[in-house]
Design a protein around this ligand. Structure first.
Ligand SMILES: C[S@@+](CC[C@H](N)C(=O)[O-])C[C@H]1O[C@@H](n2cnc3c(N)ncnc32)[C@H](O)[C@@H]1O
Length: 220
């Protein structure tokens, strides 16, 4: 059953709890994905959609000093956190973060050498519109990697995470939980995403499914 009301963005009241969860997977999930990405590309311009607190772009920038990454997220609060995190890591010259909607990007056509996104697909109201935008902003022949763990929280030690939350964070998680306000719109399977990819005009693609995570690679 679909949630009765759907937030696409991480609500401001949950941003700090999410940031804490996200921080707990830097050494695991983000490091592994960053290694995979820099094995594929080491320079150029990259766009990270639904960047959250920016930890994946930070891990990529640490490994590849000739990559410039723009992170976009609907949540202004998470964008502010991402800017602070980039500054703390000393990577502000390689990373820029801005609030925006992935289904209406402000960028010109064929601008990026790669588009990446982790954990955003399942929260989108109109995923095909976002895939169309990805197709538009990619350079010809360039790839987008869209990884969608239905929830980054699946990779963390939940007891440790809950223990790190203050009373206010626990309260809002509880409220949003009982009202069912922040559930994924869908946990996508391979057969769900292939028609979306084709509807967005991609002819070359690979879709891999493992442990509640879908991994899409499309080529423009
Ligand atoms: C589960 S978080 C993943 C964040 C980060 N990529 C990560 O791996 O930790 C999904 C993010 O996508 C953002 N988001 C959802 N819909 C969006 C949209 N249409 N445009 C831009 N960001 C969006 C949310 O605000 C949230 O920060």
């Amino acid at each position: 059953m679909k949630p009765w009301f759907k937030y696409e963005r991480i609500p401001g009241l949950l941003a700090s709890s999410y940031e804490k969860a996200s921080r707990m997977v830097i050494g695991g999930y983000y490091s592994t994905v960053a290694d995979e990405i820099v094995a594929y590309i080491r320079q150029g311009s990259m766009l990270d959609l639904g960047t959250g607190p920016g930890y994946l772009p930070i891990e990529i920038a640490k490994r590849a000093p000739d990559i410039h990454i723009t992170g976009v997220d609907l949540s202004r609060k998470l964008i502010s956190m991402a800017r602070v995190n980039a500054q703390k890591a000393g990577l502000s010259s390689q990373l820029s973060f801005e609030a925006g909607n992935s289904s209406r990007l402000r960028f010109e056509d064929a601008l990026f050498d790669m588009v990446i996104s982790t954990g955003m697909l399942h929260s989108l109201k109109k995923p095909v519109n976002v895939l169309i935008e990805i197709n538009r902003v990619l350079k010809p022949g360039a790839e987008a990697w869209i990884y969608d763990p239905a929830n980054v929280i699946q990779y963390i030690d939940k007891t440790q995470w809950r223990a790190s939350l203050n009373l206010r964070e626990r309260f809002f998680l509880w409220i949003f939980g009982i009202l069912g306000l922040h559930k994924p719109i869908a946990v996508y399977r391979r057969e769900d995403v292939i028609p979306m990819i084709e509807a967005a005009g991609f002819k070359k693609y690979a879709v891999d499914e493992r442990n509640r995570e879908i991994r899409i690679k499309v080529t423009k």
